[in-house]
Write a protein of this length. Sequence first.
Length: 163
Amino acid sequence: MEKFIVEKAIQDIYPDDFAWCYGCGRLNKDGHHLRTGWEEEKTVTIFTPDSKYMGIPGFLYGGILASLMDCHGTGSASLALHRKNGHEIGDGAEPPRFVTASLNVEFLKPTPQHVPLKAVGTVEEIHPKKWKVDAEIYAEDTLCAKGTVVLVVMPSTFLKNDG
Ligand SMILES: CCCCCCCCCCCCCC(=O)SCCNC(=O)CCNC(=O)[C@H](O)C(C)(C)COP(=O)(O)OP(=O)(O)OC[C@H]1O[C@@H](n2cnc3c(N)ncnc32)[C@H](O)[C@@H]1OP(=O)(O)O
């Protein structure tokens, strides 16, 4: 049986100042705490949404799948650039941070509630500051959604102390 766990996640090593995202920030007590890691050459995020994220009884609200894809995208791009820079989670180096430039989601099948969702990403570098993640979201073995996320290295203008 497949193990539904991400052991080493890039979000675990984001610096505290960048660990507040509602989707994936470990310090946001109200957030989803999404965690993204490598599974061979693919990236993976596992998430079982709470019951309140209902679209119709028994099925998920689509926006929560978009949230999963969004943070799966930023985490995947960060993992990939971190590796390209010669680092792996746990070696003490600070990972790069990305923001989402665009998010495209196709909802392919109704997505059941109360089962772990698995987002699987294929990461591609467009150029060093711009990456693309093709993502698929599975509920058990059913492909329920797919999409493409374009990520850009976080501009310095996002930093509170900038300027
Ligand atoms: C609030 C988040 C805080 C951050 C925390 C981080 C850590 C936590 C992570 C968790 C976060 C969770 C996730 C979140 O919620 S992240 C929050 C949601 N996202 C944002 O708020 C981003 C808002 N947008 C911007 O700041 C700018 O528009 C960006 C930075 C994206 C581009 O700005 P700008 O355009 O001035 O920069 P550039 O001229 O150097 O262009 C760079 C490249 O990007 C290309 N491009 C631009 N737009 C698009 C587009 N729509 N589709 C495709 N590509 C696009 C552009 O063509 C160029 O490519 P190329 O022509 O060179 O090939």
